[in-house]
Design a protein around this ligand. Structure first.
Ligand code: GDP
Length: 428
């Protein structure tokens, strides 16, 4: 490579030429593969600059590819997701969207809606020829079917968006149960400062974790207890809200106080996982009694079936300093945030739970932007069904069509483009 002005050598490299339209952007593209040192890049960029070229804006290549019809908007967004993907599941989801799966679904709906609209407009344009009742029925039937399909697609529990943003797992339970310690142990870093004083985690602390390929955001919340302290009350309010919003809750309690597990009853169902912490204090030889101790339940712990881990491996026949660890609910996963015992079993149980909830078969929504447009489309379809005049019905169907087109970018979306492409990084 030489400077055309001076003939000076710049670098030895490879030049690839992709003539339009057979390039990623659909335009003529030249790629220079050079030695990537700062000095080489600076020299080459300076020469290119002298020729009137400039650096690309963030997302500019993808934007040009979209404008030249190489991608739809959903695929452009999938590229942004692919670049940002941190876990296996995020990568798979972005790739599916890049393959055009969602685009095909939405364009299919648009095509059907266009046909309905064409029938209706024909009827409006030729008012003298009475619309046969079966055509009217077909228009209404197809409109209702589309509205129902969109509604079903919307009722996906936000799984696609969750997978993009991270699946929320809230760690809840009484103060001092070891919630912060557990978060630290799982995140393997000191994201939270633990303290032996009850009620010190007043706000919510989060740690993003890659759990068997799924992006999980673990949130440590304030201990659930009544308090007169205003700040603590606020922490409690936030903890409860987070617990409500989370996909999965880890209810942590001190294994020496099995009756504390009853607090989990506020969140019934399989998405609340019981975690009996501090089993080292029960199984240890000289366990100190640092928390109020309730006598253990007289019944022996029922056999724990398939469960791997300390309960099965080490629990049998083992006596704690306080007698035994009977009385723990059968489904509770015994762990020690201090020694790390049982943490692997907890993580595999949590991973299985996440995988079960987020194993995604059908194409799912991945962004709030798509959700909003689909909700608008469904609302317009419902209005169309209720409309009394054919002209009004046609107008609502056009609005629904426009909302669907907004998602893939098949209608005029110039104003949307800046919003979508500004999140891209340079060079994409
Ligand atoms: P939180 O209020 O539920 O977040 O509880 P912390 O994580 O702050 O823990 C409260 C106290 O219990 C701290 O002194 C921890 O060191 C201690 N602790 C937490 N987990 C364990 C455990 O598994 N075993 C033992 N022995 N102590 C623990």
């Amino acid at each position: 490579m030489v400077d055309p002005a001076t003939g000076a050598r710049l670098d030895d490299g490879l030049v690839l030429w992709f003539p339009a339209p057979h390039s990623a952007t659909g335009e003529d593209v030249a790629e220079l593969h050079v030695h990537g040192s700062r000095a080489v890049l600076a020299a080459i960029i300076q020469v290119l600059h002298g020729l009137g070229l400039r650096l690309a804006e963030p997302g500019e290549f993808t934007r040009r590819a979209f404008l030249n019809g190489k991608l739809d908007l959903l695929q452009a967004e999938a590229i942004a997701d692919l670049v940002a993907a941190e876990t296996e599941a995020q990568r798979r989801q972005a790739l599916r969207q890049l393959d055009g799966e969602l685009g095909r679904l939405y364009r299919g709906w648009s095509d059907r809606l266009t046909r309905v609209l064409a029938h209706l407009e024909a009827a409006i344009d030729f008012p003298d020829e009475n619309l046969p009742p079966e055509t009217e029925d077909r228009i209404l039937g197809e409109t209702a079917a589309l509205a129902a399909e969109i509604q079903r697609h919307l009722a996906d529990g936000h799984r696609g968006e969750r997978l993009r943003d991270g699946i929320m797992v809230a760690i809840i339970g009484p103060p001092n149960a070891g919630k912060s310690s557990l978060l630290n142990k799982i995140a393997r870093r000191d994201a939270v400062i633990t303290s032996p004083v009850a009620g010190t985690t007043r706000d919510i602390v989060e740690a993003a974790v890659d759990l068997q390929g799924y992006p999980v955001v673990l949130a440590d919340t304030a201990g659930l207890r009544d308090s007169d302290d205003v700040v603590e009350q606020e922490g409690l309010r936030r903890a409860l809200r987070r617990a409500e919003e989370a996909e999965i809750r880890l209810f942590v309690f001190d294994a020496r106080c099995p009756d504390h597990a009853q607090g989990a009853a506020a969140w019934p169902g399989p998405d609340t996982v019981l975690v009996a912490n501090k089993i080292d204090l029960i199984w240890g030889e000289n366990a100190p009694a640092t928390a109020p101790w309730k006598p253990p339940h007289p019944n022996p712990l029922p056999a724990s079936g398939e469960r791997e881990g300390p309960a099965k491996r080490e629990g049998e026949g083992r006596q704690s300093a306080n007698g035994s660890w009977n009385g723990l609910p059968e489904e509770a996963i015994p762990v020690s945030a201090l020694t790390g015992e049982g943490i692997d079993s907890l993580l595999s149980a949590l991973g299985a739970r996440v995988a079960q909830t987020f194993r995604i078969e059908a194409p799912v929504l991945t962004r709030a932007r798509h959700r909003q447009a689909l909700e608008d489309a469904a609302a317009a379809l419902r209005r169309a069904m209720a409309a009394l005049l054919p002209e009004l019905r046609a107008e609502d169907l056009r609005l629904a069509l426009r909302s669907l087109g907004d998602i893939t970018g098949t209608v005029d979306v110039e104003d949307l483009l800046d919003v979508i492409f500004r999140d891209f990084c340079i060079g994409k």
